[in-house]
Design a protein around this ligand. Structure first.
Ligand code: NAG
Ligand code: NAG
Length: 338
């Protein structure tokens, strides 16, 4: 089998989107930093480790004015790199979820001896993911992007003003992935820009890693590039998490542990539900997902492995997946790359 591409060294992602937007503001000396989300209410405590699956609403700071955060600066140009909104799992993970769900239904112990969360999964939880959902943007994901556009607009009314838009000052670029194109459209809706600006699909820029020889040969098609990931999957951190699973399932591969973690994060992100699957993980466990994104903290060598090739591109794919970027051009007051 072909190894999964090494995707990422950052497990922070969506939670830091706002920070990245600020980083990309081309306004002299403007720089600030936003801390990770602080979550409350009926949100699993492991949600702070959801990384790219973190809900937008958990990192939004109401009333935050990105423009005035940069005191003394007068923005002349806006560049933002934005990830797509909330979406369904991809088909690969939907199949894993299906497999895990069948295993739990057919093999896990039932009745009063079983822990309450297990009974809840068996008796109340429905496997509702279907393969056609395959990574598509959910309706809430559209709202994520519309709201983000509105927040940006209220922070930079001058830059993103109608006049600016009419003058063709905004460029929107996206990768061809459907969830990214949908995100781009929703973003423009948020700017009240149904006409005027077109969304430009530009894979040579937005999926540039695909054409980066260093990445393709060094990682994507390199059978040994992910060996540290494989070691991690069989390492002590994950063994501990799998041991918990073994109390109710005789055998669980690392991919299915990850699937359970994903169910927890997707159900919170898509449905705002505290899924019973979340209760399989302690807070310590949640720091150890099987996704390569976390592996860097365990295997630091993965970081140079990725970033030494085409740093900009690989950073793009791995760190915050800028399928959705606002980008500058020297003549435009504000431009958007999606
Ligand atoms: C944010 O700050 C900018 C610049 O100071 C200002 O023009 C804009 O009106 C502010 N937006 C809000 C919503 O306060
Ligand atoms: C494949 O990955 C291994 C392990 O990271 C690395 O040492 C090797 O140089 C890579 N091969 C190519 C062709 O880049």
């Amino acid at each position: 089998p072909t190894p999964a591409p090494v995707r990422c060294m950052c497990w922070t992602l969506r939670s830091y989107i706002l920070s990245y937007i600020i980083l990309f503001l081309s306004c002299t000396y403007c720089h600030t930093y936003l801390s990770p989300p602080s979550l409350s209410g009926s949100v699993p405590d492991i949600a702070v480790h959801f990384g790219t699956k973190t809900r937008y609403e958990d990192v939004v700071r109401p009333g935050l004015n990105l423009s005035s955060a940069a005191a003394g600066c007068s923005p002349v140009h806006l560049t933002a790199v934005i990830r797509h909104g909330t979406r369904f799992p991809t088909v690969k993970n939907i199949r894993r979820i299906e497999r895990l769900s069948r295993l739990v239904q057919s093999q896990a112990p039932r009745g009063h001896g079983a822990p309450s969360w297990l009974r809840e999964i068996q008796e109340q939880w429905q496997q509702w993911y279907t393969e056609d959902m395959d990574g598509r943007l959910v309706e809430k994901g559209r709202a994520d992007l519309r709201n983000l556009a509105m927040r940006l607009f209220s922070s930079f009314p001058g830059l993103l003003s109608e006049a600016g838009l009419r003058g063709g000052g905004i460029t929107v670029k996206t990768s061809s992935k459907h969830r990214c194109v949908s995100s781009a459209e929703a973003f423009q809706e948020g700017l009240h820009q149904t006409t005027g600006t077109q969304t430009v699909v530009d894979d040579s820029l937005m999926r540039s890693f695909e054409r980066c020889r260093g990445y393709v040969e060094g990682v994507e098609t390199n059978a040994t590039a992910t060996e540290e990931v494989d070691r991690f999957k069989h390492g002590p951190e994950l063994r501990q998490v799998r041991a918990r699973f073994s109390t109710f399932l005789s055998f669980v591969v690392a991919d299915l542990v990850e699937a359970a973690f994903f169910i927890c994060s997707y159900e919170l992100a898509i449905k705002s539900l505290y899924s019973p699957w979340c209760r399989l993980f302690t807070k310590e466990d949640a720091k150890v997902p099987t996704d390569p994104s976390l592996v860097s903290s365990v295997s630091p060598r993965l970081v140079p492995l990725q970033s030494s090739f085409c740093p900009r591109f690989v950073l793009g794919k791995s760190c915050f997946s800028p399928r959705f970027v606002f980008v500058s051009s020297s003549v435009s007051p504000a431009s958007v790359l999606v």
